[in-house]
Design a protein around this ligand. Structure first.
Ligand SMILES: Nc1ncnc2c1ncn2[C@@H]1O[C@H](COP(=O)(O)OP(=O)(O)OP(=O)(O)O)[C@@H](O)[C@H]1O
Length: 590
């Protein structure tokens, strides 16, 4: 889209649609066919009845059978053509609209993925789901019914006015002011409507967000007996949605009343003027039935567009929300080209890394430097909130460092392509997300090309094979349903099975805070020890047992690395780490 069109959309206060038009370009052929058949369908809807009315007029002035009968086949053709055009209007409009919606959902998902996770942290997942589903659905109105209908509403009245002009020059002059008023009515209400549209979509998204919160947090709601608190909140959100929907409905009612009033007045005026013209003798009375038909039909496409205009604010608000996601700039740019060999052991190094989550926020990391050598296991240690998770987020480039650099095997990670970087790293998260797929497919996500045998081998290595075989459908059991019934330890071992399949040279373990029972802990440790072999491993550590097992500890304090060494040497040093674990032991003992 060029600058001028952007300006025009701004003047019409329709900026929200501008980005969407860019996405319409590939579908212009289908859209043009839809507009063309829409215009023909509406015109034929007027020409057919007008011809019928003309024949009535001929009969009224005492015409002969021979003057009427030859037109009957033409009437038949017009009616058939109208049916065909109606069908193709609907077909093309919806074909294009639904195809665009399919593409949009994918585009939106890709856009969300591109800006994740920074963007996700600012948005509630329920609200994003609302954008992905409900807002995109609303756009169907725009794509299927707006652009084409608007052109029809301009073309059909123009042609009809032309037809009236051939009967008497004054007739179009009577109608023009009414048409102008009808077109302008939606603009009288536009400011209020836009505000209501945005408010309604926001409140709807908030209700979605709250509902999804209620489902995701069901366990907490039940265990903390928080049902009344939650329903009170849900009902507050729903009430506020109700209020804005009601205000929206009232405004639509007033607008509709104006539209109907003006179009009825226009129709009455044209009939009265025509009747007077006939009485005066300046209009042939055989045109009267034709004028009645034209007057009755000229407004229907305008009213259709105006009705749409009344919903425009909702569409505009949805368009703005969709565009906001599509146009969000990615948090990190994927401009690096270098690919590192996955099969080598790799060294990670943080060089004087500074980082803040926002310009106005304090530095989380302040000249932090440390390295993890080939095949070494390093545990990041420090108080809660010191920046351990931040380090692993930076290593994966969810955000970029604000100062200093992170290197893998000496190469700045910003010079690697994101795909290559992420293929080098496997994360075993605290909480694995299980998709609504079989356990086999959930594990296979580690490597989509893995065979069933390889999946089972990975599960055996993660000590989860026995558990899976004990399920009614073994590896074919749906993890989405069964996932909830797995213990924390079992879920983490499933994550480890995925990690075995991915087999990348760098491993990140985000250790769970919650402790596991002895058996689960033993199995987990065994599988982790096997997984770590030959890999460069960075652990976000919370447990004393992990501190003791790591080759080296990197102690973070006030954004800096203040101590490094193994557990025994740091304890002997009696510094910050010593105080930290003493405090931890004391808190466990209390
Ligand atoms: N997305 C974010 N936006 C703003 N601040 C953030 C964000 N994520 C983390 N922080 C802040 O950055 C600091 C470091 O957080 P981080 O999660 O890295 O700590 P941590 O050491 O991993 O903590 P824990 O041991 O509790 O998991 C904290 O003060 C946290 O509040």
């Amino acid at each position: 889209m060029d600058k001028n069109s952007k300006q025009l959309f701004k003047q019409l206060r329709l900026e929200g649609f501008h980005p969407l038009l860019n996405y319409l370009m590939p579908y212009r052929k289908g859209m043009s066919l839809s507009v063309l058949s829409g215009i023909l369908h509406h015109l034929l809807g007027i020409i057919g009845p007008a011809l019928g009315a003309y024949l009535v007029g001929v009969a009224v002035i005492g015409g002969k059978k021979e003057q009427i009968l030859p037109y009957l086949p033409i009437l038949g053709i017009l009616v058939t053509a109208r049916i065909v055009m109606y069908y193709s209007d609907m077909w093309f409009a919806h074909e294009v609209a639904f195809r665009i919606l399919v593409d949009f959902r994918i585009k939106l998902y890709n856009a969300i993925e591109r800006v994740a996770p920074a963007y996700l942290l600012k948005q509630r997942s329920g609200e994003l789901a609302a954008t992905l589903m409900a807002d995109v659905e609303v756009l169907e109105w725009f794509f299927a019914h707006t652009a084409g209908a608007f052109l029809v509403a301009v073309a059909v009245p123009l042609i009809t006015l032309g037809m009236m002009f051939t009967m008497h020059w004054i007739l179009p002059l009577i109608l023009l002011p009414f048409i102008f008023i009808l077109f302008s009515i939606p603009f009288w209400f536009k400011k209020k409507a836009d505000q209501q549209g945005v408010e309604t979509r926001e409140r709807l998204a908030a209700v979605h967000g709250e509902a999804i919160d209620g489902i995701q947090g069901l366990r907490e709601i039940v265990s903390f007996n928080h049902k009344s608190g939650y329903t009170a909140r849900l009902s507050r959100y729903s009430e506020s949605l109700y209020e804005s929907l009601l205000a929206y409905g009232k405004r639509m009612g007033v607008e509709g009343a104006y539209l109907n009033g003006v179009s009825s007045l226009a129709m009455v005026s044209i009939l009265v003027v025509s009747a007077l013209l006939v009485v005066q003798g300046s209009l042939n009375k055989q045109w009267l039935p034709v004028i009645m038909i034209l007057a009755a039909n000229i407004f229907s496409p305008i009213l259709e567009v105006a009705a749409m205009g009344r919903n425009f604010s909702i569409i505009l608000a949805a368009a703005k929300r969709v565009a906001a996601v599509l146009e969000t700039e990615e948090t990190v740019k994927d401009t690096g080209k270098i690919q590192l060999n996955k099969s080598n052991e790799l060294k990670i190094a943080f060089h004087d890394v500074d980082f803040t989550y926002g310009k106005e926020l304090p530095l989380v990391l302040n000249k932090a430097s440390f390295q993890v050598n080939h095949g070494e296991t390093v545990a990041l240690v420090g108080e809660s909130g010191v920046g351990k998770t931040t380090c692993i987020n930076l290593l994966q480039r969810f955000w970029d460092v604000t100062g200093g650099k992170i290197t893998i095997e000496g190469t700045d990670i910003r010079s690697l392509s994101l795909d290559s970087l992420r293929s080098l790293i496997t994360v075993v998260p605290q909480e694995i997300y299980l998709f609504n797929l079989s356990i086999r497919e959930n594990i296979r996500m580690g490597n989509p090309k893995a065979t069933d045998e390889e999946v089972e081998k990975a599960a055996k290595a993660a000590h989860i094979h026995e558990f899976i075989m004990g399920l009614p459908e073994g590896y074919d059991t749906n993890a989405g349903e069964r996932g909830l019934k797995m213990s924390g330890g079992q879920r983490q071992r499933l994550a480890i099975a995925r990690a075995f399949l991915k087999d990348s040279p760098i491993l990140i373990l985000d250790e769970a805070l919650s402790s596991l029972d002895t058996e689960n802990e033993r199995l987990l440790q065994q599988s982790l020890n096997d997984l770590r072999k030959g890999k460069t491993t960075l652990i976000v550590a919370h447990r004393l047992s992990t501190f003791k097992e790591a080759d080296r500890l990197v102690v973070l304090q006030d954004g800096k690395v203040t101590e490094t060494g193994n557990h025994t040497s740091l304890v002997q040093r009696k510094g910050y780490y010593y105080d930290l674990i003493n405090a931890q032991i004391a808190s466990v003992a209390v």
